[in-house]
Design a protein around this ligand. Structure first.
Ligand code: GLA
Length: 386
């Protein structure tokens, strides 16, 4: 049964009626361009065939009553009230409703049941999927029309301002704007984007979940963001150039002002400026059909995240090393914020079984954990499904 069908069924069980419709939004995997979105750089994520679906029925009052099967819990709030955070899963949908209200839109009440198969805390953007799915529900209920990029921005604001996580735009953007069979090459400075085919040929995207849930992510993530801002400010001061973000810094400019930066800030900046270049180059390689070159850049991306940005860890490093040892794997790297979560490998179709076998055989003894492997499809972004 699809996730959307499960949501519709669970709606019947919870509310004793059929839903009016189901909306869904996918999780994502980032193929390359990590920790570049909040530096005005480029990213190249794909939406994956794992979704958050919300089955929904309009109410004639302003209450929002939501059941989440993952928590076996029903929670509610009044969409006409001033909303505040509760520190539980409801904050994500509530934050989205709050943003519609801040944009001057009245949000009507609804009953909803939320079902998902995006693993939580695994770095595959289950939160962004909840935000974008909720925004899709509100748009359906109200008939408001909003562009995909604006939906993404609204979801990001909900996460930044309501939930209090200082994420960039990548996750919400791809969840709202992806097309099937393509990854999305996004310029995070002006939000221009292109869909680039990833399902052509024999390459498969394999996600390897390390089983380490992201615990310290938020503090580590925010520290990295401030290091980048500080680096950009120091380079601007030392060079006299206009540097609004690390996007404006070339590897040469960074090298020329190395001495103006504390060593750890220099390493963080070096990751970002080289990753921005790698992402542009990798997309050009893929367009030219050179999957091997794309894979080599994925490997370089991981090494930079491990050594310069320091957001990997022994488990992710072990997964990446095992994957790279398999014949037919083009490249492997951590994906998402890091500090646990998932690695992504690009593998020849006929190498996938061996990759899954190698991970099952070697990862537990190296990490004390089991890794799950998902061979995923690049799917379309959010929408109404029934
Ligand atoms: C998380 C954030 C994104 C992005 C990545 C790192 O997924 O939500 O905005 O910064 O980390 O690339």
């Amino acid at each position: 049964m699809t996730v959307a069908d499960r949501a519709a069924t669970a709606f019947g069980e919870t509310f004793g009626a059929d839903p009016d419709f189901v909306a869904q939004a996918p999780g994502r995997v980032n193929l390359i361009g990590e920790h570049t979105d909040y530096n005005d750089g480029f990213v190249f994520p794909a939406a994956i065939d794992r979704w958050i679906a919300i089955a929904c029925r309009a109410r004639d009052d302003s209450r929002v009553v939501l059941h989440a099967t993952a928590f076996d819990e029903t929670r509610e709030f009044d969409a006409a009230d001033d909303l505040s955070k509760d520190a539980n899963w409801l904050d994500y949908p509530k934050g989205v409703v709050d943003q519609f209200r801040k944009g001057g839109h009245a949000v009507p009440g609804f009953d909803g049941v939320m079902v998902g198969d995006v693993p939580v805390g695994a770095g595959l953007s289950s939160s962004a999927a909840v935000e974008v799915a909720t925004a899709t529900v509100v748009l359906e209920l109200t008939g408001i029309s909003m562009s995909g990029p604006d939906v993404a921005l609204l979801g990001q604001r909900a996460e930044n301002q309501f939930v209090g996580v200082n994420c960039g735009i990548m996750d919400q953007f791809v969840s709202a704007n992806a097309t099937e069979g393509h990854a999305l090459f996004l310029d995070c400075r002006d939000l221009s984007f292109e869909h680039v085919p990833v399902s052509a040929g024999d390459a498969r995207i394999v996600i390897l979940n390390s089983g380490v849930t992201r615990g310290l992510t938020d503090s580590g993530y925010n520290e990295r963001r401030s290091a980048c801002e500080k680096g950009a400010a120091l380079i601007a001061e030392a060079s006299g150039e206009t540097v609004e973000a690390l996007r404006d810094v070339s590897p040469e400019l960074l090298a020329a002002h190395r001495n103006a930066l504390p060593p750890d800030i220099h390493r963080r900046c070096r990751h970002v400026v080289t990753e921005i270049d790698r992402t542009r180059e990798a997309v050009a390689d893929l367009r030219a059909g050179d999957v091997a070159a794309f894979g080599a850049l994925m490997n370089a991306s991981h090494d930079s995240l491990r050594d310069d940005y320091e957001v990997s860890g022994p488990e992710l490093d072990a997964l990446v090393t095992i994957a790279r040892g398999v014949d037919g794997v083009y490249g492997a790297r951590l994906t998402g914020a890091g500090f646990g979560g998932c690695a992504v490998a690009l593998a020849r179709a006929d190498a996938v079984d061996e990759l899954v076998r190698a991970v099952a055989a070697d990862y537990p003894s190296q990490s004390g954990l089991e890794a799950e492997a998902y061979v995923c499809r690049a799917v379309a972004g959010a929408g109404r499904v029934g």
